[in-house]
Ligand binder design. Structure first.
Ligand code: F6P
Length: 342
């Protein structure tokens, strides 16, 4: 019986359990044995695994997070870890490995192809910043949560005649801020792809107030930066993949708005709420479709590939194509959002 391993790495997101369930269900149907590797690449370095059968995946579809746990471990940043990954892959008798992750986890997967690991990638991230796929699962849930939060901020901002700045996640791409901002009817949306022009932001808010509105909602992506200024960080330390910890632009922006306009301003940082809880139906379906396709790729021995969504079809693309370049917001799309500014 062929044996497949599955791991989830990087930041968790809603829909991971849908993928695990799909890989196990389809795998068992086709006569595979499926082993869960705990906590991303860390589990393969430490040979920390759990068997996955029908019982272990029962009831997990609506659950957020990942039943396998996750980590931001990079074997390429730890002495001897790549050797351990390769040795444990062999020792566990794995014939293939399904790696579910974002640019970091899949970046490692891409390199492991050269170590003769039969890997298939599944793209996840709330940030939706992976190339070669129209959407990653987790994103739809994140924007729905963020939209609900923006709706809630509207009622309190309106009652108190305030500006509320909502800081959203998304790392260096503005997808979450843009789509939640459009869906939530934000009055200004600021994303990393377009530097913040404070004169323009204040002019928009004043214009809105001059037509009788006494409140506004400003959505800002955590990775956005002022025209003259640098990215705002929570701490200087880099993680094992060289990422900074973003956060704090909302506070700076709120202070600047209040100072320049005189309008009372508050800030609300949504943070990990965007990543928690139950996946939307869209993310459950996308995760399920990705998981089934990943198993098909394993059966066809199409390794070094990533499943992807393209024009509502599930396709497969080379792993390196997906991880080579970040997918950022097209400025044309931002123009659409601007119609509703001010
Ligand atoms: O990549 C997903 C994400 O939620 C980003 O939007 C955010 O910048 C980062 O992860 C936060 O990471 P952590 O969970 O390590 O704080």
């Amino acid at each position: 019986m062929a044996r497949i391993g599955i791991l989830t790495g990087g930041g968790d997101c809603p829909g991971l359990n849908a993928v695990i369930r799909a890989v196990v269900r389809k795998g068992i149907n086709e006569g595979y044995e499926v082993i869960g590797i705990k906590n991303g690449w860390k589990g393969l370095i430490e040979k920390d695994t759990t068997p996955l059968d029908l019982d272990s995946i029962s009831g997990i579809l609506p659950k957020g997070g990942t039943i396998l746990g996750t980590s931001r471990t990079n074997p390429y940043k730890k002495e001897g870890a790549v050797g351990k990954v390769v040795a444990n892959y062999k020792a566990l008798g794995l014939d293939a490995l399904v790696a579910v992750g974002g640019e970091d986890t899949l970046g490692v997967a891409t390199k492991l192809v050269k170590e003769n690991i039969n890997v298939v990638g599944v793209p996840k991230t709330i940030d939706n910043d992976l190339s070669s796929t129209d959407y990653t699962f987790g994103f739809d849930t994140a924007i729905n949560i963020a939209t609900e939060c923006i709706d809630r901020l509207h009622t309190t901002a309106e009652s108190h005649h305030r500006i509320i700045v909502a800081e959203l996640m998304g790392r260096h791409a503005g997808w979450i801020a843009l789509e939640a901002g459009i869906a939530g009817g934000a009055d200004v949306i600021l994303i990393p792809e377009i530097p913040i022009d404070m004169d323009e932001v204040c002019a928009l808010l004043k214009k809105r107030h001059s037509r009788g509105k006494t409140f506004s909602i400003v959505v800002v992506a955590e990775g956005a930066q002022f025209k003259q200024g640098s990215i705002v960080l929570q701490e200087q330390k880099l993680d094992e993949f060289g990422h900074v910890r973003l956060g704090g632009i909302g506070e700076k922006l709120a202070n600047e708005i209040e100072k320049r306009t005189g309008y009372e301003t508050r800030v609300s940082v949504l943070g990990h709420i965007q990543r928690g809880g139950s996946p939307t139906a869209f993310d459950r379906v996308l995760g399920t479709r990705f998981g089934v396709k990943a198993l098909e790729l394993v059966s066809q021995k199409k390794f070094g590939r990533m499943v992807a969504l393209s024009a509502n079809k599930i396709i497969d693309v080379p792993l390196e194509e997906a991880t080579g370049k970040l997918k950022t917001v097209d400025p044309e799309y931002y123009e659409l959002a601007k119609v509703f500014f001010g």
